[in-house]
Design a protein around this ligand. Structure first.
Ligand SMILES: Nc1nc2c(c(=O)[nH]1)N[C@H]1C(S)=C(S)[C@@H](COP(=O)(O)OP(=O)(O)OC[C@H]3O[C@@H](n4cnc5c(=O)[nH]c(N)nc54)[C@H](O)[C@@H]3O)O[C@H]1N2
Ligand SMILES: Nc1nc2c(c(=O)[nH]1)N[C@H]1C(S)=C(S)[C@@H](COP(=O)(O)OP(=O)(O)OC[C@H]3O[C@@H](n4cnc5c(=O)[nH]c(N)nc54)[C@H](O)[C@@H]3O)O[C@H]1N2
Ligand code: SF4
Ligand SMILES: [Mo]
Length: 687
């Protein structure tokens, strides 16, 4: 008889955090089943949840450490050779100058691994240079909501959306990027909620909308200010909430009142009627919720966009109640966790601030380190420092910046300029190709640990099969490196299990102190803040007061600024870059046969009129170029994108969107680069 075992886990793709069961046969993962009791997905999954496990037992998993020789060829190495090489280099360079070493943490791997990455950076290498992909994802959310509300996370739980009267969804295509959250929006509509979607593309999410606002990429602040002026003109603001729970209103009002709807319509190219209707619907609702994602954040004014969303919610008192809130949909399965764990150059675990001397003194004592109370470099700054020759060693724990950072040429030049690039990975990614040393890691399904989803729900994962022979657990690799760097670390970096690491996290992060294993390993799990074991740890934040010391939310006065690079005669189209349902970045889903069969390569969406002007036909291979580079890519001619805007999904290395994007376009408030807007041209390929 064949024995089938079911092992509980959490989907390793988006931040929705659906519960699934591995189906295990003869000690190998052979399939998955949605977890029926799970409160997020209630027994349903999207195609990635269904078929996204297929990468696990691929033949091309990395299973031997690799070291590049002087001819640029990878040679197999023993673990001892690879770990010695890495530890010696980290020690040599960090002894000389810890600022010359940097770390990227993996927002796809469990909290426990990420915690050890930042500990290796801080305790063993003495550097605050540790960051991760949130910087170029929801970095502006963390910065913008911390400024306005005092905490950078989603304000409500996912289920809260079902109680909304109006849902204003701006720059989120959740039906493709967070489908099981999208399902909750559909449930809300069945309960009578009205859905407004604002997006330059008529997406699968927009198709569900009661009202759709088509508008120009990069003009969200103008749109939001315009809506807020209409709300004020119609006396729909919540005076009591403004008076009792906020500050900064008068200055904010002064700015907003400059945004007449006619002027806003000119900037955004949305119609006066659509803007007015959305403002009145949102303003009149008893419970209105904002849902947003990268359409808001991935701009050179991403934090401004986020703070404008926060302004709109505070203006109407739509915060601190079920059915309301500002709800950024976090991207990676564990990107919330990566921020929580302190894989940020400015924060220790649990958002304790590096810049605060007392906090840094405390962590220096805990970690046996001598760190300055000065934030380190962000992810984008580390890449730029490498490019300038100021960063010498970069340790990448599971990220693929060659494909995912803006301007691939710039990224490759930066990586080539390092003395040593260390990549800890499951697969030979575009980034791993550039490494000097590759450390093969165990992955999802092969270890215990926790992921934290976008609503701050910390959930347990379980091991379903042994990792491939030759790989090691991420945290063990880093533990061994620390001890090789300094044998005195044998106690500091000695854990028997992931659970033991989580105990240290709980001990050091007051927001997670109450998360004991018995409470955590249940279908509902626990949301932070969870300060004590008897705290109910409810998902709703800012109920009676905001997270600032004085409890008040702070209105921000924000003017509209367009993208850094606007279209001109030479590059007349504005490129945005997005996601599609069947692929998730690149490394894993492109190695899942079922998902790969759905969509084999990338494409550029171009409006029918623009295509006609250029003489471009549907499916024709065209050349797309920007000031940074060029690619050849099939055209998808469609009316589902605004005229003047083109779109490329970010997943495909053979026609990579980031060959064209601009790495030179910083958001000063969050260090985001403008991944959602740059000027390009599209041409027919002659001959
Ligand atoms: N299938 C799938 N799901 C994923 C991922 C994946 O790779 N594949 N990645 C995950 C990650 S890391 C993240 S962060 C999330 C991202 O989730 P989303 O942010 O929902 O995904 P995107 O498709 O990048 O962008 C959302 C929308 O923003 C719109 N947009 C572009 N420019 C603007 C603008 O200026 N203003 C506004 N308002 N909208 C604009 C785009 O047209 C697009 O429809 O998805 C997660 N889920
Ligand atoms: N143009 C453009 N660029 C973008 C975006 C965009 O919208 N447009 N979106 C941005 C966003 S939102 C994000 S989040 C980034 C994503 O950027 P990345 O973080 O670089 O993306 P991933 O491909 O998810 O990289 C994760 C890597 O970790 C590996 N991995 C998975 N699990 C484990 C594990 O347990 N251990 C180890 N060691 N490795 C593991 C995977 O094989 C994969 O190669 O891209 C950004 N880039
Ligand atoms: S919605 Fe997200 S978490 Fe849920 S199954 Fe799909 S990819 Fe996985
Ligand atoms: Mo992301």
């Amino acid at each position: 008889m064949v024995e089938i075992e079911y092992v509980k886990t959490i989907c390793p793709y988006c931040g929705t955090g659906c519960g699934i069961n591995f189906v295990v046969k003869d000690g190998k993962i052979v399939g998955v089943e949605p977890y029926k009791r799970h409160p997020v997905n209630e027994g349903k999954v999207c195609p990635k949840g269904n078929f996204g496990y297929e990468f696990i037992n691929r033949e091309d998993r990395l299973t031997t450490p690799l070291i590049k020789d002087e001819n640029g060829e990878f040679q197999e190495a023993t673990w001892d050779e690879a770990l010695d090489l890495v530890a010696n280099k980290l020690k040599e360079v960090s002894d000389e100058d810890p600022n010359k070493v940097g770390f990227y943490a993996c927002a796809r791997s469990p909290n426990e691994n990420i915690y050890i990455t930042q500990k290796l950076a801080r305790a063993a290498c003495g550097t605050q240079n540790v960051d991760h992909c949130a910087r170029i994802c929801h970095g502006p959310t963390v910065a913008g909501l911390a400024t306005t509300f005092g905490s950078g996370a989603m304000t409500n739980g996912f289920d809260s959306i079902k109680e909304a009267d109006v849902i204003f969804c701006i720059g989120s295509n959740n039906m493709e990027a967070h489908p099981l959250f999208g399902r909750k929006i559909i449930q809300a509509q069945k309960n009578g909620a009205k859905l407004i979607v604002a997006d330059p593309r008529y997406t699968p999410t927009a198709r569900l909308a009661d009202d759709y606002i088509e508008f120009k990429t990069g003009t969200d602040v103008a749109l939001l200010n315009g809506m807020m002026k209409i709300i004020l003109d119609n006396d729909l603001q919540d005076d009591e909430f403004i008076a009792n729970r906020t500050k900064g209103f008068e200055e904010f009002k002064e700015v907003v009142m400059k945004y007449d709807v006619e002027k806003v319509s000119e900037i955004t190219e949305a119609s006066v009627e659509e803007i007015t209707k959305a403002a009145l619907d949102y303003g009149k609702a008893d419970k209105a919720a904002i849902v947003y994602s990268l359409g808001i954040t991935e701009h050179s004014h991403g934090a401004d966009n986020v703070m404008s969303c926060a302004n709109l919610a505070m203006l109407t008192g739509n915060i601190g109640r079920e059915g309301t809130g500002v709800n950024p949909l976090r991207g990676q399965n564990n990107v919330q966790g990566a921020c929580d764990m302190g894989a940020l150059p400015s924060d220790y675990v649990g958002y304790q601030k590096v810049a605060d001397q007392e906090t840094t003194d405390l962590f220096n004592e805990r970690y046996g380190s001598n760190l300055p109370a000065k934030p380190g470099l962000t992810l984008v700054e580390m890449m730029n420092a490498a490019h300038a020759g100021d960063l010498k060693v970069l340790y990448i724990h599971g990220e693929d910046p060659v494909l995912s950072d803006a301007d691939i040429k710039h990224t490759k030049e930066a990586l080539a300029n390092l003395d040593m690039l260390i990549v800890q990975e499951l697969f030979m990614t575009d980034t791993a190709e550039c490494a000097d040393v590759i450390l093969p890691a165990a992955g999802w399904g092969e270890q215990e640990g926790t992921f934290t989803n976008g609503e701050r729900r910390v959930q347990c994962l379980h091991k379903a099969q042994e990792p491939p022979e030759g790989t090691k657990l991420d945290w063990k690799i880093m533990e061994e490196i620390a001890v090789r760097m300094n044998p005195d670390f044998k106690d500091q970096f000695h854990y028997e299990s992931a659970e033991e690491i989580f105990d240290e996290i709980r001990e050091y992060a007051p927001i997670m102190a109450g998360m004991n294993r018995e409470r955590l390993d249940t279908p509902e799990a626990l949301h932070w803040p969870c300060p004590s074991v008897d705290d109910p740890c409810q998902p709703l934040m800012h109920k009676d007061k905001f997270a600032h010391a004085d409890g008040l939310g702070i209105f921000q006065s924000i003017e509209h600024l367009g993208p850094v690079e606007e279209p001109d005669e030479e590059y007349p189209l504005l490129l945005t870059t997005t996601r599609i349902l069947f692929h998730y970045h690149a490394a894993m889903t492109r190695r899942c046969e079922t998902l790969d069969n759905e969509v084999k390569t990338g494409f550029i969406e171009i409006n029918t009129e623009d295509a006609e002007e250029l003489g471009i036909l549907n499916n024709e291979i065209v050349k797309a170029s920007s000031r940074r580079g060029e690619i050849e890519i099939p055209a998808r001619v469609t009316d589902n994108i605004k005229k003047g805007i083109v779109n490329i999904p970010m997943h495909f290395t053979e026609c990579a969107a980031n060959m064209l994007t601009n790495s030179d376009s910083f958001d000063p408030k969050s260090k985001m680069v403008e991944l959602k807007a740059c000027a390009i041209k599209v041409e027919k390929i002659e001959g």
